[in-house]
Design a protein around this ligand. Structure first.
Ligand code: HEM
Length: 127
């Protein structure tokens, strides 16, 4: 595995453990923030060093690799409403629906991120 795959695995593990610890507010918040920030930083790094988005748009990758990029991109986009609603929950400034919205969007993001994580291994090269 490349160092980037290890970093992506670490971020995914933080998200999964943070989800399992969702009833322990402070542990949940910390692990989710570490996982999300690591994911965003990794994507920015890959974009700067390898023009990841341009490579994806060239459609020169295999179907599995495209699927990996598709799921991961959708998860990444959902992180922003998840963060926004999570911060509202912390501040207590949301409405009666904030928690339900947070749960639905965040769980969707986690499922997409998990699928993206599994398809990431199609990027694994032996050389
Ligand atoms: C993909 C990431 C995330 C997932 C899958 C997720 C999922 C969840 C779920 C399912 C709950 C409900 C727990 C219950 O059963 O009571 C919850 C609660 C909560 N989440 Fe997240 N979350 C994520 C990210 C975040 C982030 C980034 C923050 C903060 C910025 C956050 C803040 C909170 C807070 C404060 C609660 C407690 C709400 C309450 O009990 O009133 N979450 N989360």
């Amino acid at each position: 595995m490349t160092i980037n795959m290890w970093i992506a695995s670490f971020a995914w593990l933080c998200l999964v453990i943070g989800y399992l610890k969702r009833k322990e507010r402070s542990v949940h918040i910390r692990l989710m923030l570490i996982g999300i920030c690591t994911d965003i930083a990794l994507v920015l790094y890959l974009q700067v060093t390898r023009s990841a988005v341009q490579t994806a748009l060239k459609f020169s990758l295999t179907a599995f690799q495209q699927i990996h990029i598709g799921f991961s991109t959708l998860a990444l986009l959902l992180y922003f409403p998840v963060l926004f609603l999570g911060i509202q929950l912390i501040k207590g400034t949301g409405s009666a629906h904030t928690k339900a919205r947070h749960m639905v969007i965040a769980q969707t993001a986690l499922i997409l991120r998990t699928l993206g994580f599994l398809f990431m291994f199609s990027m694994w090269k032996n050389s």
